[in-house]
Design a protein around this ligand. Sequence first.
Ligand SMILES: *Cc1c(COP(=O)(O)O)cnc(C)c1O
Length: 360
Amino acid sequence: MSRPISAIVSVAAMRHNLARARALAPGARAWAVVKANAYGHGLAAALEGFADADGMALVEFDKAARLREAGWQRPILMLEGAFDPQDVAQARRDRLALVVHEPRQLDWLAAASPAAPIDVHLKFNSGMNRLGFDAAGLREAHARLSALPGIGSITLVTHFANSDLPGGADDAIARFERACAGLPGQRSLANSAAVLAVPDAHRDWVRPGIMLYGASPFADRSAAECGLRPAMKLASRLIAVQRLAPGDSVGYGSTFTATRPMRIGVVACGYADGYPRHAPSGTPVAVAGRRTGTVGRVSMDMLCVDLEPVPGASPGDEVELWGGGLVDIDEVAQAAGTIGYELMCALAPRVPLVVDRAGA
Ligand SMILES: *Cc1c(COP(=O)(O)O)cnc(C)c1O
């Protein structure tokens, strides 16, 4: 028997979430953001779940090649652009659109053979201060790109630092407008939070990521409230049941001590599977269809749960860590002091991804 943990990835949920993004931004085309192995869900499921997307966007060049090998014909956008001149060569070969955020990327494009045109997404720094040109640099770069042979379309793009907060994108949009005034080309601004909450940012191309996987980009609004469905169910099973007497403790460091007689379950899931080690006692989890909480420290291969709400539970019973309808990944993330994004991306390679096509 193999270890009972798996991540079940729902193609139907991914389709639903992409349709939701499209319905919110009906005038825009949609890049499905599939970086970090489709936020941990796997490119195979992404190719099926996002078959209706207008393009796929990511940062890993080897994975972009994989998408082409798998038969993806529509546009692919590299969100951090080229990291070296070889990436520009691959961009021509694999027909990849490149973000340009830095002068040396312009040099590589200028030095490359203009055999097939490369579409460029020229990035403006609207306040994140991570990637992108300032207003003067943007105009200079635009002029330089426009004069180069071998450049296809030039799209103007920016990325928001605060679109998950009310009004948090306003200043960035205003800066973007000023910087781009009069420049030709399509516009692309919106991540998931802006798709959901900032219609003014939708423009020509939206770039939803987290919402496509059924988690919320907001601290105060659940994925269900956003009309999204979880695309990943992390499930495992009880592998042991223990009885504790008052005063008995659980796990490394004995951080949880029973104050009454208790039954606890031991689950085959630990931080080496991607479950957050910082999840404290009481983090929500479901056993045999009932919600309960974790007890004690999460260890490498196991965590423990209180079986009081599930008196009949026994080894072999199913455990939902998140995403099965009883426990929201964002609840687990919040308990552990992180965000759903990180939990999805941290799913360990040893957890098998099972693509579920039911209802798709
Ligand atoms: C990751 C990323 C996105 C998607 O962000 P979400 O918050 O997951 O929707 C959009 N644009 C860029 C440039 C990104 O790097």
